[in-house]
Design a protein. Structure first.
Length: 260
């Protein structure tokens, strides 16, 4: 478990790949002005949290609570990234007394259904690895060009972030299982959640992973939720523009409702 920085606590929940290391730029940027708690999902080998496969998606809800307890924090801003948004919203619906704010960044919504290509990946996660990797560069290219204007910046980002991914690899089989666990889960009704909520997305033409319209469905779930577009980003704004990402969250946790 990562516990870094000082100030208003933020619990940053990773996406489908399950590894906190992929979010390191965002953790570093956020920790300049806030206390950041993060972790790998509990079914990752490196995670210090228990995981019972029989409990399926429930493991992740328990993990957030355990992380707060280990950090000795009563309440925190709960921030879910992509798949982590499902975890964050479920935790908030069940534990409103422990949530001072809710952030959903490029988040999957419980109503999401995979495309035919995504379903192919999920049905054959191991055999689909070459196809997935071949498409990853194409999906990321437009965002890298927008977020990082110079060739040198793009090369540095590709090398550094690529090294993080290699050193903390995600498991295609676990990723497919996580989707199955979420689709089988009966989510709590979050309409009663009263905590301030920030819906953060990239630009619609740049997010090639979770359509912005899917994340925007949360605006119908949470009364008074605020939507901010992190300009020049797609799905990976927390790592392509981490300082801008942290700036939006800092303004939110301090009560300002100012767009990026």
């Amino acid at each position: 478990m990562i516990d870094s920085g000082h100030g208003i606590p933020i619990v940053l929940i990773p996406g489908l790949q399950g590894r906190w290391e992929w979010m390191r730029p965002a953790v570093t940027a956020l920790a300049k002005h806030n206390r950041v708690i993060s972790f790998s999902l509990c079914d990752e080998r490196t995670s210090p949290f228990p995981c019972d496969p029989a409990k399926a998606f429930e493991n992740y809800i328990s993990q957030v609570e355990m992380a707060l307890d280990r950090a000795r924090i009563d309440r925190a801003v709960i921030a879910g990234v992509s798949y982590g948004g499902l975890i964050a919203t479920e935790f908030a619906a069940r534990n409103p007394d422990r949530v001072s704010g809710l952030v959903l960044a490029n988040a999957l919504h419980a109503s999401w259904q995979p495309s035919s290509l995504q379903q192919h990946y999920l049905d054959s996660p191991i055999r689909s690895v070459p196809m997935f990797l071949a498409g990853a560069a194409a999906r990321a290219r437009a965002e890298l060009l927008a977020a990082l204007p110079t060739f040198a910046e793009r090369m540095r980002f590709t090398v550094v972030q690529g090294t993080r991914v290699v050193l903390a690899p995600g498991s295609p089989a676990k990723m497919a299982r996580r989707v199955a666990w979420a689709r089988a889960h009966r989510f709590a009704d979050g309409s009663g959640v009263q905590t301030p909520t920030l819906i953060l997305t990239g630009e619609p033409d740049l997010d090639k992973v979770v359509p912005v319209d899917v994340t925007r469905r949360y605006l119908n779930d949470f009364v008074g939720a605020e939507h901010v577009v992190l300009e020049r980003t797609g799905h990976n704004g927390l790592v392509t523009r981490p300082d801008a990402f942290a700036g939006v969250l800092e303004r939110f946790v301090n009560g300002a409702r100012t767009p990026a």
